[in-house]
Structure formats: C-alpha cells, structure tokens
Design a protein around this ligand. Structure first.
Ligand code: ADP
Ligand code: DP6
Ligand code: CO
Length: 351
C-alpha cells in the first residue's frame, strides 16, 4: 500500500469566476484573479492511499463517507493523474502499477465546507496535488492546475501562492485554460485578509449549479462579460503597483456585480444575508469617514461570509470595528468570528 498526505490553501477571488462555456471540461466564460490565503490558517488536508486489495475508489470528507459514483469532478482528477502515471509505468516496468489500484481518499477542511469560503478550491487542489505526489508525477504546477480545474474551476488557482490569474483560454480542449501567478506572496506583504464567518451552514445552491442557472437566465451577465476584461487589466496593474485604492474599489465592485448577476438569475439566487449586507454598509461608512480613502475592501464568494482585504496598519482597527458592530455572541445576527480561521496573515503555497 502507498499513502500520501498533503494540504492546499484556499484562494479568494477579487475578480470572480462565475459561468462556464464548457461544463464538461470546466472552461470559464471570463478570466478571474484571486489571492491565495495562508494555509497555516485555512486549508484542506487530504490523505490518499492506493491498494490493490481495495474494492473501489472511495472518499471520506470531514469524517463522513460521500457517494462518489456520480462525482464527475473527482473522477476527472483520478482519470487525468492515472493516465500520466500509466505512461510512466509503461516506460519503467519496475514501477508499482499504482495506476490500476483503487484509491481511498480521506479529506478534512479546517473551515466550513460548501459555505462560500472556497472549500472546492482547496479541496480539489489538495486532491490533485496529493495524487501527483502519490503517483510521483513529474508534472509542472501549470499542468496540475489544468487538471485541478477539471475538479473545480477555482481549484486551479490554489496550486499557486500569492496573486493568481486563471486565464480562460480559447482552445476548445482547454489546453490553454490554466492558472498563472501574477505576483508571489512576498510582493505585497502588507496586504492581509480577514475572514468573517457569518454562517457555517452549507449553501442552498452550489456554485456549480448557481453559475449554470446564471448563464441560462441572466441578461445582466452579458454586461458583466463586457466589463471583466478591463477590470482584469486594471487589477493586475493595481497589484503590480501595490495600489490599494484601485485594488479595493475593483474588488468591491466586482463582488457587488457578481451578486447582482445572482439576483438577476431567474429564479434569483441569494447568497448574501442581512449580516453580509450590514458588513458591506459598515465598510463603506468606515472608508467614507476616512475622506473616501479606502482602508478596507470586502468581497463575498457564493455564500454569506465576508472576506475583508486591508493593509496591516489598519487591520487591528477593522477587527475591532467588526467585533463591535457584529459581536460573536449576538445570536440574532448569527455572526461569529472564531479562531483559528478569522485572521489570516501572509499568503503562500508550500508543498
Ligand atoms: P465552496 O464555496 O465551499 O467552494 P462549492 O459549492 O463550490 O462550495 O463546493 C462544495 C463542494 O466541494 C462540496 O460539496 C464537495 O463536493 C467539494 N469539496 C469541498 N471540500 C472538499 C475536499 N476537501 N475534498 C474533496 N471535495 C471537497
Ligand atoms: C464565487 O470553482 O466553486 O467562488 O467550477 O463549478 O466547482 P465549479 O465552481 P467553483 O466557483 C467559484 C465561484 C466563486 C468565484 C471564484 O472563486 O472565482
Ligand atoms: Co467552490
């Protein structure tokens, strides 16, 4: 039996991916850009063992076995990595035929799963990275990102640390749709993220099904696809220049537009709740009190939980501000900020 354990970080997009042009290969309708958060705080930890005595591939997620017979995204990752391993085994007959062994996968997220905190990103990145280690694949991170993309789109960005773009590509086979590091985590060490867990409940509409409903029914999506390319260019420049003003405004605008497109989906999808909206208002008031010079930027994935980007010098004040208006003990607001996953300092991916 061979067994390997690895962890992978989450990434929180500042220009959101929402919509597929190819649902089988997971090819997006637009480029996206994210910040990879420190895996010391938030991560998926995945152990995989290969054993010829196992009856079939199985997955335990957070201690509970999941039925993966219909889980296409996981099978895409198994199929792609097994094919690469098989090629190696053909060239070297001394290698164990691991590509033919059934796999047992055991994964844990140390943060809420399916709650809009990018568990599919860290989870599927951890799956692919662990498979690559188990099979001893010499595959580059770029190629692994293409495989992880077929597990969950956002997972392709979690193979890199720092600031990461997912280039949508134009090839029908997806060969040029992969993640690219824009800048390493060391480029902008003053930038920090605060994760505010508003609710740890599983979302009602998964990202996969939500974005498909948007593609099929939202007229506003056309406008979004028109503005995203300009935002990508401006965001890359803002990161390069460490320009928090532009970074913050683009981040907030893109989050708001993504949630508007969800509202424009028919029937509408609501990922934000009253607390999420309260935090949005609070951040705008906080910035306005600073003569409109941004000190903080919020962003929300497909869930009610806020991620606030700010520079180190202001983070203490922001934590106090949020703690004051949304105290964790206030059950009515169903808000809590619990250690260890509320404050993330630094970013980066390490193997
Ligand atoms: P999120 O906002 O957390 O990314 P999604 O709706 O995109 O939510 O995806 C959640 C799904 O991702 C889970 O239901 C599960 O199928 C998969 N997933 C999450 N974490 C893991 C993991 N560690 N390993 C394998 N699959 C995972
Ligand atoms: C709002 O990557 O979870 O977090 O590709 O269907 O697995 P699938 O969807 P997923 O979508 C993420 C959507 C988002 C924005 C983002 O991370 O860019
Ligand atoms: Co997801």
């Amino acid at each position: 039996m061979s067994s390997v354990t690895c962890t992978a970080p989450v990434n929180i997009a500042v220009i959101k991916y929402w919509g597929k042009r190819d649902t089988q290969l997971i090819l997006p309708t637009n480029d996206s850009l994210s910040v990879t958060l420190s895996q010391d705080i938030l991560h998926s930890k995945t152990s995989i063992s290969a054993n010829k005595g196992y009856a079939q591939d199985r997955l335990w997620l957070n201690g509970i076995e999941e039925d993966i017979t219909k889980n296409k995204r996981m099978h895409n990752c198994f199929r792609e990595t097994r094919a690469l391993r098989q090629r190696m085994e053909k060239e070297d007959p001394d290698l164990l035929p691991l590509s033919t062994y059934p796999l047992h996968v055991c994964s844990e997220n140390n943060f809420p799963t399916a709650a809009g905190l990018a568990s599919s990103a860290s989870g599927l990145a951890a799956l692919v990275f662990t498979l690559a280690k188990l099979f001893d694949l010499p595959t580059s991170m770029t190629d692994l990102s293409r495989i992880a993309r077929q597990g969950s789109g956002s997972a392709c960005r979690s193979l890199f640390g720092g600031f990461v773009a997912w280039e949508m590509g134009s090839e029908a086979d997806g060969s040029d749709s992969r993640a690219v590091q824009i800048a390493p985590d060391t480029h902008w060490p003053e930038l920090e993220a605060l994760v505010c867990v508003v609710s740890d409940a599983k979302k009602g509409t998964s990202s996969t099904s939500g974005m498909q409903q948007t593609i099929e029914s939202s007229p506003l999506m056309k406008e979004r696809l028109r503005v995203v390319p300009g935002r990508m260019d401006a965001m890359k420049q803002a990161i390069k220049d460490k320009n928090f003003q532009t970074f913050a405004e683009l981040t907030m605008r893109d989050s708001n537009q993504f949630h508007s497109v969800c509202l424009d989906t028919f029937p509408p999808i609501f990922y934000l709740n009253d607390t999420s909206r309260g935090i949005i208002q609070l951040i705008h008031e906080y910035n306005a009190a600073n003569n409109g010079v941004y000190k903080a930027a919020y962003t929300y994935d497909a869930g009610p939980n806020a991620v606030i980007y700010a520079t180190k010098e202001n983070m203490k004040e922001i934590i106090e501000l949020i703690g004051h208006y949304f105290p964790s003990s206030d059950e009515k607001k169903s808000t809590y900020f619990t250690d260890p996953y509320n404050v993330l300092e630094g970013k980066g991916f390490s193997n």
